[in-house]
Design a protein. Structure first.
Lengths: 341, 195
């Protein structure tokens, strides 16, 4: 078997295994979200299905699939049907550029070189930002096509929020690009070789925090979930959706949670690298998995601890705090790097 | 060979999308089809291994500019072009003449181009020798093309400031914002006055 053929086979295997694994993580993330919501509120959360209620997500999926598919008569039907897919697909595309282990180098599997990334791509970080921008369409079009006031307001809010926080996100990620000298996520992880104090979270602590806060807004989670503020807007852009179409939006949100956790750990927490060099014998994917679990827990912790902001507070945080901070971070990083060189 | 087939597929989809954009009556549908065109153009950039350009095409055109378009159209709640069609009827013949002119220009420029002659200096070999495509772009922007790059950014800045000044509503002299006492309930007439 020649090397290109082997690479093609590896590529197909990776492209199948990675989404399946992430979908499994998502199923358990949804379960743990409900469990943690219970714990934070002094309840027990789901308990009936499976041991400790752990199969709850699968029960939810069967319920959603068996529900009637309801499309409002006055909605814009093609756009209404398309919107869940637009929310869903971009999130999956980002997975292709995230490295989950060493890339390049010697042959390491049956005499062939196995790269732990689906696509080695020189603008991976920008692809993540672009796909985040594409995901706005799902929410905005879902809200518009429902032809309901609650949905339209929810879609507009989500659109305005994502556009404002994307800027801060891009600027803070640019700090990491400068440190690594590359936009490729593979090079960014390579730039963080060493122990956990060599990772970018120490020099980029301001940018990292801005990125984390902006990512909560991108994920539409509390305290920034104004798009579906149930006290004011019923369910925002999701009001008219039911059954599996609603399920796809919900699912896309959690896949996005996993993908954003992967990006945050790649940018600031060393990606697949072990926290200490002596622990390098444990394979990279396991470290990445542990970091994802930690970050998902932090996202849930924030969600169930902090209450929702008002809309004007949201806008002033985005434009008056996060954006100046991220620009200042970029400037300081650029000055320091050019002084060192 | 594969590249050629993929190029023809994406180019055909982009042209089909372009035709779709100008024939849709519904504004949001037209915008969505236009986003589809941008994605296909990005796919063609991917084929030429200009990854950075492809991703920026998605980020800037599909991600930023079109989202703002969708946003404004949703705020105004425009659903069809029908009203506009009535008011701009006289422009139709001028538009036809001008577009024939532009089409002729395109045909003249593109007539002599084949797959190989369209290649500039930046072949995949040159790009991989320089590191990656992003580096080649950076070099081009900040060395040879620095002046046009800066001029373009100044022009964009002027346009931005102009847009802000044009839409900013001046407060009429003497008008003050009314302060509502806690617990005071505005009557519909008072609200009408304030607007």
């Amino acid at each position: 078997m020649s090397d290109p053929v082997a690479q093609l086979i590896f590529l197909i295997i990776k492209a199948i295994v990675m989404p399946v694994l992430i979908i499994l993580i998502v199923a358990f993330a949804i379960f743990f979200e409900r469990k943690f919501a219970g714990f934070f509120a002094g309840r027990v959360g789901p308990t009936y299905l499976g041991p400790w209620g752990s199969l709850q997500s699968f029960g939810d999926i069967f319920k959603l699939i068996s529900k009637e598919d309801l499309i409002p008569a006055k909605s814009d039907k093609p756009v209404f049907k398309l919107a869940p897919y637009i929310a869903f697909v971009p999130v999956f595309l980002v997975m292709a550029v995230i490295p989950f282990g060493p890339v390049g180098g010697e042959a390491n599997l049956f005499g062939y070189r196995f790269d732990y990334v689906i696509a080695s791509f020189d603008a991976g970080l920008v692809l993540f930002l672009a796909m985040g921008a594409m995901a706005v369409y799902g929410v905005v079009l879902g809200g518009w096509s429902s032809n309901s006031n609650y949905s339209l307001l929810g879609g507009l809010r989500a659109g305005a929020q994502m556009i404002s926080y994307e800027l801060a996100m891009g600027f803070s990620a640019a700090g990491v690009m400068l440190m690594a000298g590359s936009m490729s996520l593979i090079d960014i992880v390579d730039g963080q070789a060493g122990n956990f104090w060599d990772w970018y979270w120490i020099p980029q602590i301001v940018g990292g925090l801005v990125f984390f806060v902006a990512s909560i807004a991108e994920l539409n989670r509390t305290p920034f979930d104004l798009a579906e503020a149930e006290q004011e807007l019923v369910a925002g852009h999701l009001t008219e959706y039911s059954g599996m179409r609603w399920g796809m939006f919900y699912f896309a949100e959690y896949v996005n949670l996993v993908v954003v956790s992967m990006i945050v750990s790649t940018l600031y927490l060393g990606g697949w690298r072990a926290p200490l060099e002596v622990l390098d014998f444990i394979p990279g994917p396991i470290w990445l998995f542990l970091k994802i679990c930690f970050l998902i827990f932090v996202y849930m912790w924030v969600r169930w601890t902090i209450i929702r902001y008002r809309y004007n507070q949201l806008m002033s945080i985005g434009w008056k705090v996060l954006l100046p901070l991220s620009i200042a971070n970029l400037l300081v990083t650029a000055v320091v790097i050019s002084a060192v060189n | 060979m594969t590249e050629k087939i993929l190029f023809i597929v994406f180019a055909a989809l982009a042209v089909a999308g372009g035709i779709g954009t100008i024939t849709r009556k519904n504004v949001v549908h037209a915008l969505l089809v236009l986003v589809f065109v941008f994605l296909n153009v990005a796919a063609i950039f991917f084929l030429t291994q200009a990854y950075f350009l492809a991703v920026v095409q998605i980020l800037v055109y599909a991600g930023a500019i079109m989202v703002l378009f969708v946003f404004v159209i949703m705020l105004l709640n425009l659903r069809t072009f029908e009203q506009e069609e009535q008011t701009h009827r006289r422009q139709r013949w001028i538009a036809l003449a001008l577009s024939i002119l532009v089409l002729a220009e395109f045909v003249i420029v593109l007539a002599g181009i084949t797959f190989t002659s369209a290649r500039g200096g930046f072949t995949p070999e040159v790009i991989s020798a320089a590191g990656d495509g992003t580096k080649v772009f950076g070099d081009a922007f900040f060395n040879n093309m620095l002046l046009p790059f800066e001029v373009a950014s100044v022009v964009l800045l002027v346009a931005m400031v102009g847009a802000i000044i044009l839409v900013k509503r001046e407060k009429t002299a003497g008008a003050t914002t009314r302060v509502w006492e806690p617990g005071e309930r505005p009557t519909p007439e008072a609200l009408e006055e304030e607007v």
